[in-house]
Design a protein. Sequence first.
Length: 99
Amino acid sequence: MAPRLEHPIPLDHAFSATIGVDVKGDIWSAITVPGSAQLFGSLRSVRVDATVDDVSVVDMGLMPTGSGELVLSVSAALRKKLGKDVGDRVQVVLLRRLT
């Protein structure tokens, strides 16, 4: 795992996305982070603080899928809080990079 940053790096990366990412024929309950390779300088896992439809998501891992972008997993608990499911659109704001 990447080491924690002594001082988290502020981000203000907002985007709209649909929950649901095709990974080798399976649909994952996740959101693709557009431009993640450029934003983070690599496609390695990164931990961030974010909001999804104004719901706070703290210390969440962005994971590589092999597609050239990172994805944010959207757990069943988070989908329930949001009142959303796979196929629904959400507004995401990446607030801070932690690793």
